[in-house]
Every structure is written in structure tokens, then in C-alpha cells.
Write a protein of this length. Sequence first.
Length: 290
Amino acid sequence: MRHTVKACISLLFALMLVTGCSRVGLAYRHLDVIIPWSLSDYLDMNTTQKDWLNERLKEHLSWHCTTQIPEYVAWLDRLQRMVETHQVNQTELAARTAEAKQAIATLSREITPSAVQLLKQLDDKQVAEMQDAFAKDLRKHDEEFVNQPLTEQINDRAQRMEKRLNPWIGKLNAAQQAGVKQWSASLGEQNRLWIENRAHWQTQLINTVKQRQASDFDAKIAKLLQDRETFWTPQYRQAYDRTEQAAISLLVDLIAESTPDQQQRLLQKIADTRKDFTDLSCLKGAKAAP
């Protein structure tokens, strides 16, 4: 049930820069801890549950490699052409972002049936453990992102973004640094809205899992995993589009202000990321199969 920000679906460039994930191969090899139904951080599973989960995970990983990885490679090719032809603009980057979101939605749909089955297997003690872990998770995020003056939140957010950008385009110049600071300030209390929305979704999930024997349980979990937007708080919903647009505008401006060296570094990083995908042994095996 990890939030996408922490999920490291780093196969998607726009989300890489916004969320801080930086290595596609690493993300794929650890798909078991980024998919929404991974419970390892929230409760202790018994041997039977772990064995069942491992078998289902193998099937999902195989599906992911053979059907999704080629799509990610094609996505990176489109991104590369954008950079090479100087077409990193609002329209093109918005299109790549929409494709990224669709990829995440496809993954969510794929694993939903397994998520439903796994959650049905939990006993009351495990559900209580998950609820306690969620509460601990929220306290940690409150302490890290909210329980500080807004000016500090803005400064920290700018520093995190700059750190995430450095591996992709190198050290930012003065104009780029100013752009990042302006972007961070424009988000205001986004940290608080995100935490409140996270808490709201977790509460909906826990309440549903407590009623896991209900006849509509499967449908409710499917909606929680596949249509998370329908469970957003009104405040977060209002801020979401503005936040996404701010991120796209920031990336467009940063590339527009980039030096030839930064652009070359970006192209090399895209190429390295693409190689992470194409070097995956499962993908090579699929191509070699008759």
C-alpha cells in the first residue's frame, strides 16, 4: 500500500524527477516492494501466506517483463526523441506524463485480483498490525514533512528536488536553482494535503479490510487500488491538477535553460535507463524463446 511517491515506478521520466526514483532496473528487480499489495512493511505474514505471495509474485513479474517492459522501452525512445529534437514542451511532457499514469494504472489492474485474495487471508491480528503500522507511517511522515514551519518545508522540498535532478542534468545553474525554489514555494502546504489524503485512503482501506468477508469486498478493494482518485480528500483533489502542472512546467523550464552539457548528460541517462530495461534477463529470455 505504498504511495506512488515512495513506489519508485522509476521507469517514467517525469515521475522519476518528481518522485526521486533514479534506476529502472532496480525498480523492476524490487517490484515486490513497490506494487500496492506488498504488506512486508505493515504486518508479519505466516509461512503459507508468504509462499502463496511468492508464487503470485513470480507470475506478475513474468507478466510485467514480457508485456510491460517493451512498452517502457518504447516510452523512453519517445522521450529521447523529445530531447534530441528540442520538443520538451508542455504538450509533449503532459502526454508522456499521461502515459506514465496509464502504465501505473495497468500495473494496478494486473495485481488487484491477487491483492484481494491476499487481504482475504489476513486474520484479525494481522489487520490490527497493519492499522498500527499505518498510524506509525503517518506519524513518521508528519514529523518529516509537516511538523515544521512552512518556510522550512519549502526549502527542504526545493533541496530534495535539486538532489533528484542532479543525476539527470548535473549541477543546476543559478536560473535553474531559482526555478526550483519558485516551484517549491508555489506548492505551499502541499505536504500537509498529501499526508491528509494518505491518511484518508489508509482509513478507507483498513475499514474495508475489517469487513473482508462482505459480499462486496472484492469490488471495494478493486476500487481502492484502481480508482484511488475517487477517495481523495476535496482539498487534495483541488490541489492535484495544479501540482502536476507545476511539475511539468518546472521540467520544461529546466530543460529550456539547460546547457549543451546538461542536455548530453540527460540523453546519456535516458540511454542508461533504457539499457537497464533491455539488459533484464527475463526480457532477453522472452526474446530468445521460439
